[in-house]
Design a protein around this ligand. Sequence first.
Ligand code: ZN
Length: 228
Amino acid sequence: VTFDVFTDCPVRTFFSNKTHGDMKNSEQNRLEFVKALGLNPKLLFGAEQQVHGKEVFWVTKDNLETKIECDAFITKEPGIIVSVRVADCLPVYVYDPEKKAVAMIHAGWKGLAQNIIKEAVIQLGKPENIRAAVGPCIQSCHFEVTGELARVFAKYPQAIESRDNKIFIDLPKIAQTQLLSLGLKAENIELSNKCTYDSEDLFSHRQNKGKETETMLAGIQLNYTSSS
Ligand SMILES: [Zn+2]
């Protein structure tokens, strides 16, 4: 997957699909996928467990082996691939040209409600320079919610839609609103309009009725040149 906001930025982004297999329970699938992209699987970092929290972890070559329960990762080291696993939740890719850092965030509704995007972005440089993209996730066409959940996001009325006596939430719009309020420029934010529920090539937790479900791998890497 590529995003226009990262054009001319020294980053590489990716998002797997069903053909690459489940990225949650199979380390082998993760390593093979990364290798097929021409990246070094030894530099792939992801959480042992994603917990819908708001902690942020800085990844370096010295702590790459850390087993951690966390949902947001930042690295300044070229070559290191920070990744998250998603199947409806939002994969948020971030590049900060000032600190020359990248961040990868797993943000479901719980993460958005806890402002996990903010927790990561405030650790970076000036927001007006930061670029961010939200990858494929469940879109408002299929994210039907209860009135109780809609109330959690009452301060984002523009992201709450009513259709046929049902309530739907536009999670990417909430992420966009949060990024704008942090000071990012509108033109530096990109939202994928691909819905995981609708896309036959993608895994979707909701589509799978909440059964143990497979996930995709989303990641970002500061470009690595073997000569450096
Ligand atoms: Zn949909």
